[in-house]
Design a protein around this ligand. Sequence first.
Ligand code: HEC
Ligand code: HEC
Length: 230
Amino acid sequence: MNILLAILLLSGFVYAGGSKFDTGEKIYKQTCVSCHGVDGSANTGISFIVNPRNLNRTILTEEQSYQIIKKGAHFNGASADIMPSFESVFNEEELRSVTGYITKNFNTESEQRVKKLMDESAKIDPAKKAKMLKRGKKIYGRNCSWCHGVIADGNGDATRNPEMSIFPYNLNKSLLSKDQMFLYSKHGGKFWGTAKNDMPSWSKKYDDYTLHSVVMYVKEVLGAKNETDK
Ligand code: HEC
Ligand code: HEC
């Protein structure tokens, strides 16, 4: 654990020393507030190489949030290691309870928002699959591999440019489903709660068909399929 995190955690314990909260709330106020803020908006003025996310805007389901809290963001694809793993800090019940707290208080609408945005987006025509994979490969190579790497491991050339200070995800470790990846690419990181606009919205440049094609290529050829896609 780094020193800064240790200090944050300790100061949290002073801040919420009493026990007037339920478990999830208590853990959140002791441990998460310093980075994500009382209202989850991460408006704390704190500054890291990758800043904490606004939990009110997350694309994640409750189960996916739980996985991030348990294993940390790096385990699930983040290049940076700022969002720690809390597996060794809290037991199963406590982890579930703090996940429940943020879900109930901050991201009540995540799943409905994803559903609504999918309903508004163009649908995939299964008959076009071969064409889509071809198009996806081309667009991925042209626009995504620069940051995410040729094999989507998060190690593109841009990560070696010291002026950029950019931390793309290893898409092969991402928890996101096909639909979520499509919507994340379409609307960009900021829409989904990141502090900076490092991962741009691609909706101005590409239509839904093209973005579905890129995600299809990432999931089916580069191998980023996960539990949620089965
Ligand atoms: C040291 C600061 C820090 C602390 C403490 C911290 N987080 Fe985070 N959190 C982050 C950062 C930074 C990210 C974004 C990670 C990335 O993308 O690299 C993040 C991401 C997340 C995400 C994923 C959100 C998304 O939309 O992808 C969840 C959920 C989350 N944090 C919950 C928590 C909870 C619950 C706690 C307390 C148990 C906590 N965090 C403590 C910094 C922190
Ligand atoms: C300029 C660099 C850059 C480019 C180009 C880029 N990304 Fe990203 N991407 C990022 C960064 C940085 C993140 C980490 C989260 C954030 O900042 O939004 C990210 C996150 C993502 C995520 C979320 C993964 C997760 O598990 O949360 C997806 C999906 C994604 N990018 C897909 C794409 C696709 C598809 C393309 C090409 C159309 C692309 N990206 C182009 C920088 C980039």
